[in-house]
Design a protein around this ligand. Structure first.
Ligand code: XIL
Length: 345
């Protein structure tokens, strides 16, 4: 029997998973988490949609519970996320209270900026010394070829791009030691990556402190190409920044991005009995990406977006269908994917 994942990967990077606090209440889940992982992320409970109840009112309780568990078991915690265009849970836009007021009023921008600064300051201060890294902003780059920044965001609508620098500066002022990340999906796409790198260069030229790039890495059995994944990591490292893989999962469906825009473009539900060769392909895919990660010294942590197939956002997004993207099955038994990672043949 090989040693657990966190030990096998200790010489390379931290290995984490996203969780909801209810995992801690299940003794079997809690034991698995403590044995296998060296880092935790709150799947939803550190997002503004959870913490930012109202202006100046915060709910830190579920996040604090995750942190207490992590620290009791020698695990690090990464913060996700200070600024997002969505809330947690319901895919609604970020909390309304940030944007309350009359847009045509001359003070409007300053009022929203002050709310953002206060939120970031209070949250980073609360978790100071308890989280080692923050996703300061999440998904701010556009997928659209004629836009650099995501414009379908309440933050962009209120501010243009300036909210990004405001958030980074407030985070750095509140905690000089925490690592500050910009988190993004599809960084393998050369066009998107070019935009991301340009934005990072501009922020740094303005004196904004930024430590690394989080690559969400929601991938599937056969895409994107490994070379593109490697290029994304190399390009960030070449800027002298850290890398983290922040939300790794391997979908069983070889969908294109089109499935996100048009549910009819999604491949049909595989149903309950997933063919063996699909699970085998998933295991090989996990091994292949770990081969890349293990050779990238700039990677500080690899976090999975969940641990057991009993709970994954991919069973409801982008459409509702069976998906088994993680390392342990619904009964917490290690899958082929797990074994290929800890015990490459
Ligand atoms: C997802 C959670 O997994 C879901 O439970 C929630 O309903 C919506 O958010 N990119 C991110 C994560 O940065 O925060 C998202 O998490 C998944 C996509």
């Amino acid at each position: 029997e090989p040693p657990p994942l966190r030990s096998v990967m200790a010489k390379h990077f931290l290995v984490g998973t996203a969780i909801e606090p209810d995992s801690i209440d299940s003794p079997a889940d809690a034991a698995l988490l403590a044995a296998q992982f060296s880092s935790l992320t709150a799947e939803n409970k550190m997002k503004p949609g959870t913490i930012g109840v109202a202006e100046g009112r915060y709910d830190f309780e579920p996040a604090d519970k995750i942190i207490a568990f992590a620290h009791a078991h020698g695990m690090a915690v990464r913060g996700h996320t200070l600024v997002w265009h969505f809330q947690s849970g319901n895919w609604k836009e970020a909390p309304d209270w940030f944007f309350a007021g009359a847009r045509d009023e001359p003070q409007y921008r300053d009022i929203v900026a002050a709310r953002l600064r206060k939120y970031v300051t209070d949250v980073v201060t609360h978790f100071r010394g308890k989280v080692y890294a923050w996703d300061v902003v999440n998904e701010v780059i556009s997928d659209n070829s004629n836009q650099v920044y995501r414009e379908d965001s309440p933050w962009y609508r209120a501010f243009g791009k300036d909210y990004i620098a405001i958030a980074f500066r407030a985070a750095r002022a509140a905690d000089p030691d925490v690592k500050l990340y910009i988190n993004e999906y599809n960084t393998d796409d050369p066009n998107k990556r070019e935009k991301l790198l340009t934005v990072i260069r501009e922020l740094r030229a303005e004196g904004v402190s930024i430590d690394g790039v989080g690559h969400q890495m929601h991938i599937s059995v056969n895409r994107p190409p490994l070379a593109n994944i490697k290029q994304a990591l190399d390009d960030v490292a070449a800027l002298g920044l850290e890398n983290q893989v922040t939300e790794l999962d391997v979908s069983l469906y070889a969908d294109s991005g089109e499935c996100w825009r048009n549910p009819h473009a999604c491949l049909p539900d595989l149903g309950r009995s997933v063919p063996n060769d699909v699970m085998r392909a998933q295991a090989l895919r996990y091994r292949a990406v770990f081969d890349v990660f293990e050779h990238e010294p700039s990677i500080k942590a690899v976090t999975f977006w969940g641990y057991s197939d009993k709970h994954t956002w991919l069973s409801s997004t982008p459409v509702s269908r069976t998906n088994l993207p993680l390392l342990f099955d619904a009964d917490l038994r290690p899958k082929a994917a797990y074994w290929t990672i800890v015990d490459p043949a």
